[in-house]
Design a protein around this ligand. Structure first.
Ligand code: PGA
Length: 251
C-alpha cells in the first residue's frame, strides 16, 4: 500500500517563536499516527524544529529548497548536505513559486534532485500547469514535460525514493481548488507516465500528493480520489487545527 502523506509548506511565514508554538500544537493534537506528516519550515528554523520533532508519531521535517551545487561561493544559499546534517529527511524541489519568481528551470531542478538523492534526502518534487496551459488544453503535455526533464533521467532505484506533488499553479494560494475530477485525472495521468517509464511496481508505489488551496473543507473529497495520496498544503498548514483536520481527512 502507498504511504499517505500530508506536507505543511510554511513558505516565508512564522517567526522562530511562532514556529515552535505551532509545532507544539501539532505534536499535542489528536492526529492519525499512520499518516506521514511532514513540516516544511523556513531554513532558519529547521535545526531546532527537527530536534523537537524527532519523528514523533510520524512527524518529519522538510526543507523548502536546496541549491543545485554541492558547496561553494553561493552567498545566501543552502546545500543538500547542510540540510541533511541537521537531521532533516526531506526537501521540496521545484515549487512553482521558485520556478516563477526565481527562474528555476528544469536543468537546475534535475541537478537539485540528484544532489538531494545523493545526500539521502527524499525530494518532494512539485510540478503543475499554469492557467494558460489548462485553458489551452496543454496541461497534460506541460506536466509530462516537467516529469521528463526533472525526473526521468533517474534510475528506477532513485526514482522509487521520491514523492511527487501535483500543484496546478492556478490553484496555489488562490482559493481555487482543482475539482476531484481534475485532480484524479492528472494524478492518474502522472501515474500512467511513470508506469510507461519505470513499470507498474514503481508507478503503483509512488506517492503523488495534491497541492493548491487544499484545506480543512475540501481535503476529504480530494483524498478520496484513488490516485491522490495526500496533500502539499500551504496556507492551511499555518494553523494547527486546520492542518490536523487535513491529516485526519483520509477515509
Ligand atoms: P496553498 O499552497 O495551499 O496556500 O494553495 C500550496 C503550495 O504552494 O504548496
Amino acid at each position: 500500500m502507498r504511504k499517505k502523506i500530508v506536507v505543511g509548506n510554511w513558505k516565508m511565514n512564522k517567526t522562530f517563536a511562532e514556529g515552535l508554538q505551532l509545532v507544539e500544537e501539532l505534536l499535542a493534537s489528536q492526529h492519525d499516527a499512520a499518516i506521514t506528516k511532514i513540516i516544511a519550515p523556513p531554513f532558519i528554523h529547521l535545526s531546532a524544529i527537527t530536534e523537537r520533532v524527532k519523528s514523533e508519531n510520524g512527524f518529519e521535517v522538510a526543507a523548502q529548497n536546496c541549491h543545485q551545487a554541492s558547496k561553494g561561493a553561493f552567498t545566501g544559499e543552502v546545500s543538500a548536505e547542510m540540510i541533511v546534517s541537521t537531521g532533516v529527511k526531506n526537501v521540496i524541489i521545484g515549487h512553482s513559486e521558485r520556478r516563477i519568481y526565481l527562474g528555476e528551470d528544469s536543468t537546475m531542478l534535475a541537478q537539485k534532485v540528484n544532489l538531494a538523492l545523493a545526500n539521502n534526502l527524499t525530494p518532494i518534487f512539485c510540478l503543475g500547469e499554469s492557467l494558460e496551459d489548462r485553458n489551452t488544453n496543454l496541461h497534460l503535455e506541460k506536466v509530462k514535460q516537467q516529469l521528463k526533464e526533472g525526473l526521468f533521467h533517474l534510475s528506477s532505484t532513485d526514482f522509487s525514493k521520491l514523492i511527487i506533488a501535483y500543484e496546478p499553479v492556478w490553484a496555489i494560494g488562490t482559493g481555487f481548488t482543482a475539482t476531484t475530477h481534475q485532480a484524479q485525472g492528472m494524478h492518474n495521468f502522472i501515474r500512467a507516465e511513470i508506469n510507461k517509464k519505470y513499470g507498474k511496481q514503481i508507478s503503483e508505489s509512488t506517492a503523488i500528493l495534491y497541492g493548491g488551496s487544499c484545506n480543512a473543507e475540501n481535503a476529504k473529497d480530494l483524498f478520496s480520489c484513488i490516485d491522490v495520496d495526500g496533500g502539499l498544503v500551504g496556507g492551511a498548514s499555518l494553523k494547527a487545527n486546520d492542518f490536523i483536520t487535513i491529516v485526519n481527512s483520509f477515509s
